[in-house]
Design a protein around this ligand. Sequence first.
Ligand SMILES: [Zn+2]
Length: 460
Amino acid sequence: MRIMFAALAASALIPTALPAQDAPGTPAGAEALALLTKGIAFRTVEGQGQVPAYAAYLKQQLVSAGFADADVSFVAMGDTGYLTARYPGRDRKARPTVVLGHMDVVQADPKDWTRDPFTPVIEGGYVFGRGSLDNKAGVSMVVATLMKLKREKWVPQRDLVLVLTGDEETTMKTTKAAAAAFKGAGLVLNADAGGGALGEDGRPIAYGLQAAEKVYGDWHLTITDPGGHSSRPGPRNAIASLAAAITRIAAYRFAPQQNEITKASLAGTAAGIAGPLGAAMKAFAADPGDTAAADLISADPRYVGQIRTTCVPTMFNGGHAPNALPQRAMANVNCRIFPGTPRAAIEKTLVELVADPTITVELFDNGTIEAGASPLDPRVMTAVKAAAAKRAPGLQVLPLQEPGATDSMHFRALGIPSFGVGGVFMKPGDIFAHGLNERVPVATFDPGIVWWEGLLKALG
Ligand SMILES: [Zn+2]
């Protein structure tokens, strides 16, 4: 998960901060917290083989709340896999709604952490531990909500299917398989994206609904040369040629672009930003042809990715000895592509910029795929706005296009509308997903259950 909270970081100046909470006040909130603290102890990093054990624990919890044993399955794939739990609806033929999350976590080295990353610690109103935020908080809230609804004998209109993947942070092979297994789904609600921003006083200031992601692409640029003695240089030098090519790429600006999601998020974000940047966002939202506004926004690294494709050199190596002409040089160019633009079109531009037939330009396959934006579904917008209003009256809902990628990519690629609608609300400065001392506020669990209950009842 890569919540784009930067766009939501407006300031709210209300003098009295809410007190820190060390225990949820509702049974379902307490259940979600217990699921999280137990869940953190499963070391579900790549290669540890702990995803099946965590999935077995979650299955046991779901079955204890009334899910039929046959409706909860784990599909093993190597030392990981994905869990599915079907919650049958009244209309068994209607396209199911998938509720998505992931069980794996990013690696964490205990040496670097203040507290052991796989021992849950509750302190000062936060739960600390690897995965506490990404994505075990979301998984725990969704599972606790489903357990509550099952115990209350609620029946959805259509089938709800909980899908928890096992390698979102690495190869997404389980995601690809799960998406293929549920290609008939009508809608995906992803707990691993989207979320609410809290002001410094602890009160909600905005909610971001993730409806699109940039497409990822790495290109390897390679040049080879016979080389020779460095005292006898010829007209050609592999390192110099490649350096000139990537300098042209780094200087290039792709044309500004806009879709309904970035238009809405820029217009909404502009309201909270004073000065020329806010004015430029407002102007660009109204007219994507405003190049002066586009230039001003592009100068800010937080927002450049919102209005265009970006390609930057990220790795460079070449040569083999200090006194030899280089026989080989290689560079990696990393692109974050505006959804809807094919990778082939980006590659064509890169080849034109390189303008040197001796340099090969090759897309490196890391498992990521092309996926478009999800058109903003009025039913989803209405349900999220209602959930946001329940969280805080008048709370602004902003559609977001994330710079990174989540499991939604594989569902969007199959044409299934996917929305990141996670129920975690926290201060932007508290987000340490993928980093050290990852944490989540305890106070997010009670309202998180209300959040998911509202969404599932509206969209199930
Ligand atoms: Zn995640």
